[in-house]
Write a protein that binds this ligand. Structure first.
Ligand SMILES: Cc1cc2nc3c(=O)[nH]c(=O)nc-3n(C[C@H](O)[C@H](O)[C@H](O)COP(=O)(O)OP(=O)(O)OC[C@H]3O[C@@H](n4cnc5c(N)ncnc54)[C@H](O)[C@@H]3O)c2cc1C
Ligand code: SF4
Ligand code: SF4
Length: 1117
């Protein structure tokens, strides 16, 4: 089997450099043996003398001993270090507790450090820990201790908040290994964080958070093996990204079969493989058989003592068996005991026949012989939530992804009918996915017009109505048809199942994407709908339970009745029925004791229904976390529960690895450290803190992510809203610290591009919040800036004429003095002006040369027809960047021409009557003002432009062409509000719709080029069209995408805060064979050129280069 290796996920397969991920046997052995020099410090498992409680085994009550508390940690050395020495231990902890959590009664009477949430005071050990890792292991800038960013990192998608004392951004396995040694030595617990989309409180801590994501290109390497049947990945790759890499691999190598990773959580485009493995996440299609447990091949694991086990490496395995004999024999002993206990082994097998992520993966201890402890350890890591070790690499067996698929949306009159049908399908067919919707969910679907049209029986449906969204897939069309027929027959033949309307064929399977995407989109939208509709100040909760599919209908009825009794009127219930897995989504406030008590009672009852009554799983796929840690014993029974404690102590005797998660002796832990959701601003109040937006944000590696901006802003709003009499000195100081830190991290480094909205399930644009804050800030005390903006708006034409001259002088100066001088001078000016003066770089534009266009009049008439095509006219909206900024110095490919000159050339070639708007040079869409928060000036310029457009286009009759996508996107909305028939064309659409039919692509490039689709074009849905056009220009060769969601330029912000584009574009890796790149925004092109070293210019240059006037109609056929 061939081995293809790639470095850097953003690099397309064809261009990726060879990377050796798997270390050689000798290196691994060296790692193992060198780390074995560090004493494991593992005390033998405790013999179990503890208190006795009533518990259950497999639903049977029994009496047994609960595990004793872990042995106390050795007293920490009381050393001090800068940043911590000055903080009295008690004050820090008390402040944290008071500020950030609404918690049920918590014992803060003790000032002694205890390894439980809320009592991990800084008694000196954290200072010592920092001292031990700073400079020697990680540089100081990757150790975060300030109040604001630690608060921001305290947020995951769960409804728990714990604020880490220290956040360490880790870059590689060696760092993790060395840090773990120090954490173990100084007894400072650590929690790993991938994407932080966990829902059960397993990715938060009040101790040390080790963040492996949003730290550049680290932990993002991968190797695709053979045709894609296997892939080796590092933990920071996003699940969806891995699937895209596999798809690109197939495209490039021409393999017949497409592969994907088995686990398919609905969060797959945001969560990372480290989190997917550590949570054993799954989703709609993977079921039990394709989750990580069943698809993992190998793993590299970093243990608490810093040792690295590479399960793929014989030498590493052998060395580990010797160096970790105590751990290995403990695992062997556990497996032997469990396998000898038939009842327990049967319970474990039964529990994993359905989805289960409650507790540790005990199936590892029954599925493999005790003689194979490495295989057992590897599988135990799955679903261990960072409590047994760190996963630094995994090799996964992928599963086939079939192109042939079809879905049907079938409605049933009752819960029992719907759930019963799911059971029949599971037992008698090879169906691929069955998603269930309860009546509350169907009421949400009714809001979708296409759904009402496609499935009319959901409209006004009776209480109890249940629907199944069924998907079949096939290797080929024949296989697909066979599966569909099987499903239809199974439902028809099941006498006890009624279908609404009595005819299952009234709900046909559709292979049409436009139809089945409607079904799947409403399914994916169910969580956000509840999230968006909830009362301000409440959180959205998602419980995740499972039972044997035969019992699903009964369990669902009980749960719906329970929610009604506890007055959760917005609760809805839906999920992966094929696996007996239901998600229960509802809103919950944690604002006072009554709300917490209501939650507590409901949780207790929910657990009793699911675990006791139906023998089900309290966490089917979201993992235990803190949320169901107190109920693990209820679900599993005392025997299995005690074995889990033994297991934990074998790997982590002192509770250093994510303590309190999965197993927790505090029976109230699920109702402590609850996250308040204070109102902050209507723009962001619906935020569910899921974190889906983070990977799209250009400032994610630099300052804050959108989720973190919202989190921090919520906390500032809470503090600001406090009555002066309530505000303590500490609160006031904290607010000041937040406000100071916010200016740079929250406000200045937000590009306000709104790419966060593209991934947000409740469609929040954090950039809008930031723009409104900028606007408020300016109104509150920046009269000079406002006056300057007003002056600029009124004299735009004059300024516009000055810019090309200024750029001409600057580029001339740069050629004489060198770019270095200009860069240094501009950096100094940028610094003293507080980021108002742009920083010079080597790719700054020259002044743009003007092009001649006739000015449009209302009475304009179409030009004569080109060839046999009808006449075409268009109005040219020449955006400020294109008319002022010419090509960069040294950009041979641009031939010294400006974008307007290129457009002139294209219009002439295609015989398109392109007329300029009257007063073009004094007009501006207003984007330059709006992104700075200069709202009044933005609105006045925008209005002026819209009025001019309405006139010039004859009230929308003539299309408008704009050379710059962001400017067009900005003006389009307001223009269309005034004249709904207005048609806007950005460069790609203009080329495809108007120019292309009138041109021959007779001189195509025979090589790939790079493209960067600006955020605005992505939002307009032009990404695919951009790729198609460039491919056409390159003789069918697909372009190499920058892979950057947003470059961070945002008008000129990236020039004023160059660290923003530098941070975003550190992910830009273009293969060596790429000579140049194309985009549709001049300022973005500057930053892309600057960070890739290759000239980026408007895509119009490429179109002009490869086209000639059309010869005849036959040529176009
Ligand atoms: C709206 C929404 C929908 C969701 N839908 C689903 C769904 O359909 N199915 C599903 O299963 N889940 C779902 N989830 C939950 C969550 O997205 C998944 O559990 C996901 O796999 C978590 O990955 P992450 O990268 O966010 O991990 P994180 O949350 O960062 O971490 C998860 C756990 O893994 C540990 N960890 C992280 N990296 C490592 C490592 N390298 N080594 C060891 N431990 C590590 C962490 O300490 C933590 O305990 C959903 C979440 C949201 C918000
Ligand atoms: S802004 Fe949207 S995507 Fe981001 S955390 Fe909030 S809800 Fe999730
Ligand atoms: S607007 Fe852009 S920079 Fe600002 S939070 Fe959203 S994605 Fe990040």
């Amino acid at each position: 089997m061939g081995l293809l290796a790639h470095k850097g996920a953003m690099v397309p397969v064809a261009a990726a450099a060879r990377l050796t991920l798997a270390r050689s046997a000798s290196a691994a052995a060296a790692a193992s043996s060198s780390s074995s020099a560090v004493p494991p410090g593992a005390a033998p498992p405790s013999s179990g003398a503890g208190s006795t409680t009533a518990a259950t085994t497999g639903g049977q009550k029994q009496s047994s001993a609960t595990p004793p508390p872990p042995p106390p940690p050795p007293p920490p050395p009381h050393l001090t270090a800068a940043g911590f020495a000055s903080q009295p231990a008690m004050k820090t902890a008390a402040a944290t507790q008071h500020q950030v959590t609404v918690s049920a009664a918590q014992d803060l009477s003790s000032s002694e450090y205890q390894n439980v949430d809320g009592l991990r005071y800084d008694d000196g050990r954290y200072a010592t820990f920092v001292e031990s890792i700073r400079d020697t292991i990680v540089p100081p800038e990757r150790i975060i201790t300030d109040a604001v960013r630690t608060y921001a990192y305290g947020t995951d998608a769960s409804f728990y908040r714990l604020v880490p004392k220290i956040v360490v951004k880790v870059h590689n396995e060696d760092e993790v290994s060395q840090i773990l040694v120090q954490a173990n030595k100084h007894q400072t617990p650590v929690t790993f964080r991938a994407a932080g989309t966990s829902l059960s409180g397993q990715a938060v801590t009040d101790s040390v958070l080790m963040k492996l994501s949003h730290t550049g290109d680290h932990f993002r390497n991968y190797t695709i093996h053979g045709n894609g049947e296997q892939i080796t990945v590092e933990p920071g790759l996003i699940g969806g990204e891995i699937n895209r890499l596999l798809a690109a691999h197939r495209r490039t190598c021409g393999h017949e079969q497409q592969y994907k990773i088995g686990p398919d959580p609905s969060s797959i485009d945001s969560c990372m493989i480290g989190g997917i493995i550590a949570n054993n996440s799954s989703g709609m299609c993977c079921g039990v058989s394709q989750n990580t447990y069943h698809t993992l091949k190998d793993m590299r694991i970093v243990l608490l003592d810093g040792a690295v086990l590479d399960t793929a490496d014989e030498a590493s395995r052998a060395s580990f068996m010797k160096s970790h004999a105590h751990l290995v024999s403990g695992v062997v002993d556990l497996a032997t005991r469990i396998q000898a206990d038939e009842e327990l082994a049967a319970l474990i097998r039964r529990k994993y026949s359905i989805k289960c992520t409650t507790g540790y993966s005990l199936n590892a201890l029954v599925d493999f012989p005790p003689s194979d402890p490495i295989e057992i350890i590897k599988r135990l890591m799955i679903g261990s939530e960072g409590t047994l070790g760190f996963i630094s690499q995994a090799t996964i067996n992928t599963v086939p992804e079939y192109d042939n698929k079809a879905s049907a949306f079938v409605v049933f009159p009752t819960v029992k009918d719907g759930a019963g049908a799911a059971s029949v399908l599971r037992k008698t067919t090879m169906v691929d996915a069955v998603e269930l919707f309860d009546t509350a969910s169907l009421r949400e679907c009714e809001g979708n017009a296409r759904m009402r049209e496609l499935v009319p029986s959901i409209v006004g449906c009776d209480e109890g109505t249940t629907a199944l969204l069924i998907e079949c897939r096939g290797k080929d069309k024949a296989a697909l048809d066979k599966r569909i027929a099987e499903v239809v027959r199974a439902i028809k033949e099941a006498d006890h199942i009624n279908v609404t309307g009595n005819d299952v064929e009234a709900y046909p399977f559709s292979e049409d994407k436009d139809v089945f995407n409607v079904y799947w989109d409403v399914r994916k939208g169910l969580i956000p709908i509840v999230g968006a509709a909830r009362e301000t100040g409440t959180s959205m909760l998602i419980e995740d339970v499972a039972c044997d599919v035969d019992k699903l209908g009964d369990m669902m009825e009980d749960l719906i009745e329970m929610f009604k009794r506890h007055k959760y009127h917005d609760a809805s219930c839906f999920g992966h029925a094929l696996e007996g897995n239901l998600h229960l989504v509802f809103s919950q406030g944690f604002r006072n004791d009554e709300e917490i008590e209501r939650y507590s009672q409901m949780m207790q009852e929910l657990c009793e229904i699911v675990a006791d009554k139906y023998g089900g799983s309290l966490k089917a796929e979201h993992s235990t976390g803190r949320n169901v840690a107190p109920f693990v014993e209820m679900e599993w029974g005392s025997k299995a529960y005690n074995l889990m404690w033994e297991l934990k102590r074998l790997f982590d005797p002192h509770g250093i690895l994510n303590p309190g998660v999965i197993l927790n002796e505090d029976e109230d832990v699920h109702k402590k450290a609850l996250k308040a959701s204070p109102p902050a601003d209507a723009i962001v109040d619906r935020c569910i803190e899921c974190g889906f937006c983070e990977s799209n944000c250009p400032s994610r590696d630099l300052s804050l992510t959108p989720r973190q901006r919202i989190t921090v802003y919520r906390e500032m709003s809470r503090l600001r809203a406090m009555d002066a009499s309530e505000l303590t000195v500490e609160d006031a100081q904290r607010l000041r610290e937040f406000e100071t830190n916010w200016t740079y991290n929250g406000e200045q480094t937000c590009a306000a591009d709104g790419m966060c909205q593209e991934k947000c399930p409740v469609k929040i644009n954090t950039g809008e919040l930031i723009k409104s804050i900028r606007s408020r800030n300016l109104a509150e005390g920046h009269a000079t800036e406002l006056r300057a903006a007003d002056f600029a708006a009124r004299n735009w034409g004059t300024l516009d004429r000055l810019v090309p001259t200024g750029l001409g002088i600057a580029t001339a100066a740069a050629s004489v003095l060198g770019d270095g001088v200009l860069t240094s001078v501009s950096k100094a000016l940028n610094s003293v002006s507080g980021g108002w003066v742009p920083v010079w770089n080597n790719y700054m534009p020259t002044g743009a040369k003007s092009a001649h266009f006739e000015v449009a009049t209302n009475a304009s008439s179409p030009a004569p027809a080109a060839a046999e095509l009808p006449p075409v006219e268009a109005i040219y909206l020449m955006a400020c960047p294109a008319r002022t900024m010419g090509p960069a110095r040294g950009d041979e490919g641009a031939g010294g021409r400006s974008v307007p000159q290129v457009l002139r050339s294209l219009a002439d070639k295609a015989d398109v009557d392109l007329k300029l708007m009257p007063n073009a040079t004094s007009l501006c869409c207003g984007l330059a003002f709006s992104s700075r928060g200069l709202q009044a000036a933005a609105e006045s310029k925008g209005d002026e432009m819209v009025d001019a457009l309405v006139k010039a286009t004859d009230n929308g009759r003539i299309p408008v062409v704009c050379d710059t996508s962001p400017c067009m996107a900005h003006i389009q909305m307001s223009a269309m509000a005034k004249s709904p028939s207005m048609q806007f064309l950005e460069p790609v659409e203009f080329t495809q719709r108007i120019l292309a039919p009138r041109l021959d692509f007779s001189n195509p490039r025979n090589e790939p080029v790079a493209i960067h689709v600006p955020c605005s074009s992505k939002k307009l849905g032009k990404e695919a069209a951009f790729g198609d056009l460039v491919s056409k220009c390159c003789n069918g060769t697909a372009p190499v995408s920058s892979g950057i969601p947003c470059c961070g330029m945002a008008g000129d912000r990236g020039l004023r805060y160059p660290q923003l584009t530098a941070s975003s574009l550190q992910h830009l890796k273009l293969p060596d064979n790429i000579k140049d790149g194309y985009s549709t925004s001049r300022t973005c092109e500057i930053s892309l050129s600057n960070h890739s070293g290759k000239h980026f210019r408007s895509v119009l240059y490429l179109v002009d280069e490869v086209t000639t006037p059309k010869k005849s109609s036959s040529a176009s056929a």
